[in-house]
Design a protein around this ligand. Structure first.
Ligand code: ZN
Length: 117
């Protein structure tokens, strides 16, 4: 174990700590060359091998996390749409209120245009 770094790769540079997300080693950290393009082939595991149960549980948790993040992004889009819809309806209600007080107004886009004043 290297205690997260402090080991040089074959290039002589400080090796970089990365995390494996393969099926066999999900979440297991390793050291490799910091220069991905044209670097050396230095490789060393940082963490001990995962037990069989961890190899099953971690990918399942990652799938659930990805599904929740996807659902969250979808709900954020809906919330944003509802927010703008609320603003438009608020403007419309404001126009209707003004219509009763000052005469006719029509809506052109989001601008209010006085008619027949
Ligand atoms: Zn290297």
């Amino acid at each position: 174990m290297s205690e997260l770094g402090g080991i040089n790769c074959f290039c002589g540079n400080l090796a970089r700590v990365r995390t494996s997300w393969t099926k066999e080693n999900p979440g297991r950290r390793f050291l490799s060359c910091a220069n991905r393009d044209g670097g050396c082939r230095f490789f060393e595991w940082e963490d001990s091998p995962l037990c069989a149960r961890s190899r099953v549980i971690i990918p399942g948790l990652l799938r659930r996390l990805n599904a929740l993040e996807k659902e969250n992004a979808r709900l954020e889009k809906i919330a944003c749409s509802l927010y703008f819809l609320l603003i438009r309806w608020s403007l419309l209600l404001c126009c209707i209120f003004c219509l009763g007080r000052r005469g006719w107004y029509c809506i052109s886009g989001l601008e209010l245009v006085g008619v027949g004043m």
